[in-house]
Design a protein around this ligand. Structure first.
Ligand code: NAP
Length: 341
């Protein structure tokens, strides 16, 4: 830890995102002076290594949060709704990984490469987008430099780590059972077995037949791109992959486009890697542990005017969560909104 820097609390330090958060903070040399690892009372007393130091997890409460400069919250909406207003009342910035505040008018929803300027109007709580929204919007933001976007249709292939650490354990245990010819025990993370299966069901169903995940993708994309009426439809699918969310994206533009122009725009986008070899593609296994969003298989869609289709992959725990959260904090430091001592 640094002598100079920020006193930082991580709520949800024992979770899937929390664990990656600490790895990314060390890799990026994020200026942490003191780190408080917080979780529920179940985890109080657990020890977790941060760099060379062994830190003890504490229960999240007023005492364990008192005096911090910055809070990263990666637990659940219920937890965010308790500690978000608590931080705001004390003028402490909370960067929240969950969906509790994402659509609030006074909460910036930020991907620094796309809409970092929205941070300037923060009201102490800042949200990061859903882990499927971030890679999609990075690609759309690059492409809209070529022509304005008329319509987006997306299908996702989402890893189980997007559900959290317990779902990763469940897929491991189902894989072991199946390899030994044993029946899979009653599923807990999903309505049915996820091993050797594909579920067109991420989060709860809404009354109009879409799932909440699909609506989150639509609403968050509109908010980040400042395009409130963007025609958008998503189908979100859970697949038995451990890490990395993939997406097939269909985009229609308002004027004629060329693959060369779109490819140049994608290549110019910070944090995005575009592969123009039509026969090559990036898989979630290759994208895992990487901070980049990978776009490949960009081709014209002959079924519509001015349309393209592409394949997009990124690590849901890194750019989809932890890395984006730390990049937001770095941007707050650069903008002078946040300062360490
Ligand atoms: N996984 C992803 O790819 C991803 C991506 C973007 C955003 N997110 C969001 O990030 C958040 C965490 O996701 P995750 O995948 O890391 O979940 P997870 O693996 O299930 O971890 C949940 C964490 O929340 C803590 N927690 C539970 N109840 C708590 C309480 N009452 N007070 C304080 N901490 C509590 C847990 O601590 P205990 O160990 O003590 O239970 C654990 O550290 C969710 O809001 C999720 O929507 C996740």
């Amino acid at each position: 830890m640094n002598k100079m820097g920020l006193d930082v609390a991580v709520i949800g330090a024992t979770g899937a995102v929390g664990e990656v958060f600490m790895r990314v903070a060390i890799e990026r040399n994020f200026p942490v002076r003191n780190l408080r690892l917080l979780a529920s009372s179940r985890s109080a007393g657990k020890q977790i290594k941060y760099g060379g130091e062994l830190l003890t997890v504490r229960e999240t409460n007023e005492q364990s949060l008192e005096g911090v400069d910055l809070v990263f919250c990666s637990a659940s909406s219920e937890v965010s709704r308790i500690w978000g207003p608590w931080c705001r009342d004390r003028e402490i910035i909370m960067i929240d990984d969950g969906s509790a505040f994402r659509m609030d008018d006074d909460v910036p929803l930020v991907i620094p490469e796309v809409n970092g300027d929205d941070l300037d109007t923060h009201n102490w709580i800042i949200s990061i987008p859903n882990c499927t929204t971030t890679p999609l919007v990075m690609a759309l933001d690059a492409m809209r430099q070529v022509s304005s976007i008329k319509r987006v249709i997306v299908a996702t292939y989402q890893a189980v780590s997007g559900t959290g650490a317990a779902a990763v354990e469940e897929l491991i245990s189902q894989n072991i059972s199946l390899s030994q010819g044993i029946d899979v025990s009653t599923p807990e993370s999903y309505p049915v077995q996820i091993a050797q299966n594909v579920l067109p069901h991420v989060d709860d169903f809404d009354e109009d037949g879409f799932t909440k995940e699909e609506l989150k993708m639509r609403n968050e994309t509109r908010k980040i791109l400042h395009h409130d009426s963007l025609p958008f439809a998503a189908t979100c699918v859970r697949v038995p992959v451990f890490y990395g969310h993939s997406e097939v994206v269909h985009v229609e533009f308002s004027s004629e486009i060329s693959l060369d122009d779109l490819g140049s725009a994608l290549s110019s986008q910070d944090g995005l890697v575009y592969d123009d070899d039509q026969t090559h593609y990036v898989t979630p296994l290759e994208a895992a542990d990487s901070d980049e969003t990978f776009v490949s298989r960009l081709r014209l869609d002959p079924s519509v005017e001015n349309g393209v289709v592409f394949w997009c992959v990124s690590d849901n725990l890194r750019k989809g969560a932890a890395t984006n959260a730390i990049q937001i904090a770095e941007s707050l430091l650069e903008r002078g909104i946040l300062s360490g001592s």
